[in-house]
Write a protein that binds this ligand. Structure first.
Ligand code: FAD
Length: 544
């Protein structure tokens, strides 16, 4: 099949991968398969280190599939005059766009200016001007200031009573889980090893020095010891658990805050652009259109419950619905309009006396006396620089001189010479879908999800004579994306659980035979998988 390489990123290869884990001595072991671990994996392997990443659940199942899915230029940092940070993330945003243009998509954002709002007209104008300059925004992408009339022409649903005008500026949206996965796939193409559903239970030492981890394959209960010269803890909200295993948890620790998003059908909140608006309690919330849906978020509240299941309360839901209904008064959304939700934890660094929204989003590295390197905090947007800092440190510890080159590495699926070629590729997939009698609208989804791999997926659809594209996607994700369960597929490989939930039960029935024959599921396993998927869907619509 054109464009597909066969590599060790497939559930049927798990035994081979585990045999390697048990015998090889790696330069680096990374614990945690979110965006932070993924970035470190790619950086380390592309510098020639032998490196392995383990993830206790599915890749990106932690915070890295629960974000607002924006590659920010960091506008909010301007409020605290953090100019250096804005410049840095602006540059990173441009690199991400260049290397993964199918997944980092320019998106116009509207910042409504309202009576008694967070930003005055003057401040918005100056702020966005500085923002564009620091982030290196050019040409048509540069900010514009719109009058009230101009704003209402493009977004007629905004509250006319409080609106004074708006700032219209450039941001980028992404798919956080796919970005994480594609970075891991890119690393595996470089010969890195990555495996999901392997938990680090305890750490292994030689004397006082850390030399690896004792792990369990969650799917088989098999113990696996992994030995490495260096160990990085990239477990996001869980970093303090690993630091506790290492007996190195000190005053510097995490402060977790919970962020909830809700998804409604786009017809219920038919906005044309992303909107970043004020709430009654002086925070800011996003409303973002995506395919046939609009999502809204986020909340920001202190959290100390079950990290594996942060949950959603009716207070979270009411907060977001109230925010939307006061910004778009004609809409009148209510809980029954919600088609899905998600809830994630921000792994922020604790600062005494600060409220959740005031805590810095900066990343920090802690090195323990045993040599365990922990990286915490940060954003999706800064993943590459965070990885660079960690791998520079690892290389220095290993006394090897390899320089970081990730700014020039195309991320799997994003192998376009220039970002503007993505649109012509979407166009070519559109005409292909039309020729074979499929809905052309799926082209945008396919390319924004799989990039260049959209083409082999369409070829598989034809070759296997499937009745629905989702079957070709399942075929592909099973063979090339280490997909183990229906939830992996519907949540993190395709995002359908959030953004296409109305077709979910039909598609689940269609892909089930493909999963069960490829992964050799028996009747009991099939039943369990269906129950788990149902539970996951219901969880998203249950507000305690
Ligand atoms: P995670 O993604 O949580 O990954 C850590 C992984 O470690 C998990 O998958 C977990 O299962 C695994 N793990 C834990 N313990 C073990 C163990 N013992 N063994 C093996 N594996 C283990 N950033 C942006 O740039 N743009 C945004 O729009 C944005 N919006 C956000 C909105 C919300 C609500 C939140 C919460 C965050 C947002 N962020 C955003 C921040 C960004 O999402 C996070 O900084 C980032 O995803 C953290 O990634 P991570 O890899 O450090 O953690």
């Amino acid at each position: 099949m054109q464009g597909l390489k066969h590599y060790m990123f497939n559930a049927l290869k798990r035994d081979e991968i585990k045999a390697e884990l048990k015998t090889k001595k790696y330069d680096l072991l990374i614990i945690g398969g979110g965006i932070t671990g993924a970035g470190i994996l790619l950086d380390a392997t592309s510098r020639g280190l032998s490196v392995v990443l383990i993830e206790k659940n599915d890749f990106a199942s932690g915070t890295s599939s629960k974000s607002t899915k924006l590659i920010h230029g960091g506008l909010r940092y301007l409020k605290n005059f953090e100019f250096k940070l804005v410049k840095e993330v602006g540059k990173e945003r441009a690199i991400a766009y260049n290397n993964a243009p199918h997944l980092v998509v320019p998106e116009k954002m509207i910042l409504p200016i309202i009576t008694n709002g967070s930003y005055s007209k003057f401040m918005t104008n100056i702020g966005l001007w500085i923002y564009d300059r620091l982030a290196g925004v050019k040409g048509q992408e540069k900010r514009k200031m719109l009058t009230k009339k101009q704003t209402l022409e493009i977004e007629p649903l905004l509250n006319k009573d409080s609106l004074l005008g708006s700032g219209y500026y450039a941001e980028y949206r992404t798919d956080d889980a796919r970005l994480t996965l594609e970075i891991i796939k890119t690393a595996v193409n470089y010969k890195a090893t990555a495996i999901n559903y392997v938990n680090a239970d305890s750490l292994e030492y030689s004397g006082e020095t850390i030399i690896g981890a004792n792990c369990t394959d969650i799917l088989t209960n098999e113990p696996i010891q992994i030995i490495a010269k260096q160990v990085v803890n990239a477990t996001g909200p869980w970093v303090d658990e690993i630091r506790t295993m290492d007996k190195s948890l000190n005053q510097k620790r995490l402060h977790l805050t919970k962020g909830v998003h809700i998804v409604v059908p786009h017809v219920k909140l038919p906005i044309n652009n992303s909107i970043y608006f004020d709430t009654a309690d002086k925070r800011m919330v996003f409303a973002i259109p995506r395919f046939e849906a609009t999502y809204i978020g986020t909340t920001d509240t202190d959290f100390d419950g079950d990290k594996d299941n942060p949950g959603i309360t009716s207070d979270d839901i009411n907060y977001l619905l109230n925010a939307i209904n006061s910004e778009f008064p004609s809409i009148k959304l209510n809980p029954s309009d919600i088609q899905s939700t998600w809830s994630g934890l921000r792994p922020l660094i604790h600062e005494e006396g600060k409220s959740p929204s005031e805590l810095s989003r900066k990343d920090e590295i802690f090195v323990s006396p045993s040599g365990l390197i922990t990286i915490a905090g940060g954003k999706l947007t800064g993943y590459r620089l965070m990885a660079k800092k960690v791998v520079d440190m690892v290389c220095s510890n290993l006394k090897v001189k390899h320089t970081c080159n990730t700014q020039n590495i195309k991320i799997s699926g994003g192998e376009f010479d220039t970002p503007d070629l993505v649109n012509s590729f979407i166009f070519s997939i559109k005409s292909r879908l039309k020729t074979i009698g499929l809905d052309e609208k799926k082209a945008e989804y396919l390319v924004r999800t799989y990039g260049k791999k959209a083409q082999p997926i369409v070829e598989i659809f034809q070759k296997e004579q499937y009745e629905n594209l989702c079957q070709a996607e399942a075929w592909f994700c099973l063979r090339y994306e280490m997909t183990i369960s229906l939830i992996d597929f519907f949540e993190r490989r395709t995002g359908k659980i959030n953004f296409d939930s109305q077709n979910l039960s039909k598609e689940a029935k269609l892909v089930l035979p493909i999963f069960s024959s490829y992964l050799n599921w028996n009747e009991k396993k099939i039943k369990e998988e269906i129950e788990r998927l149902d539970k996951e869907i219901n969880k998203r619509l249950f507000f305690a």
